[in-house]
Design a binder for this molecule. Structure first.
Ligand SMILES: [Cu+2]
Length: 147
């Protein structure tokens, strides 16, 4: 008698587990989409010459995509691709508050133009960069030099 009841309970538990698993799978498609990884952290790749390279895209808004990326100490090549039809941008590492003085900048990149700078970093830390035209609108980013 008791063993029969036990089996029935087990069956109920098993059925509940199946239903829970099924509803969990359906719920997955309704979860909010996560931000594209490229919106958060950039893809730094090695160029054919072994230099770390990354392209930041900017457009008719006040964003660098990605706005944050990480490199190792050494040579770095940063390309700014301005896909905008209206806005002119720049990419500058302000001096004074960075561990290394990078000393390279792209002072002007007109709509649809692309420009590249190359520099070396040696001191791990965070290096803020800005678009000098739109810093007040939050057109900024951070390059991290890993230890
Ligand atoms: Cu800008």
């Amino acid at each position: 008698m008791t063993s029969c009841l036990g089996w029935r309970r087990a069956a109920v538990v098993l059925l509940s587990a199946i239903l829970a698993a099924g509803s969990g799978g359906c719920g997955g498609s309704t979860e909010p989409a996560e931000p594209e990884p490229s919106d958060v952290t950039g893809e730094v790749s090695l160029g054919s010459d072994g230099v770390q390279a990354i392209t930041l895209v900017t457009g008719d808004d006040y964003r660098f995509v990605p706005a944050e990326f990480t490199v190792a100490p050494g040579q770095v090549r940063v390309t700014l691709d301005n896909t905008a039809t209206q806005l002119t941008h720049s990419l500058e590492f302000p001096t004074g508050d960075s561990p290394d003085d990078i000393g390279e900048s792209i002072p002007v990149v007109a709509p649809t133009e692309v420009d590249t700078i190359e520099f070396s970093v040696s001191t791990p830390g965070e290096y803020a960069f800005i678009c000098s035209f739109h810093e007040p609108q939050g057109h900024t980013g951070v390059m991290t030099v890993a230890a």
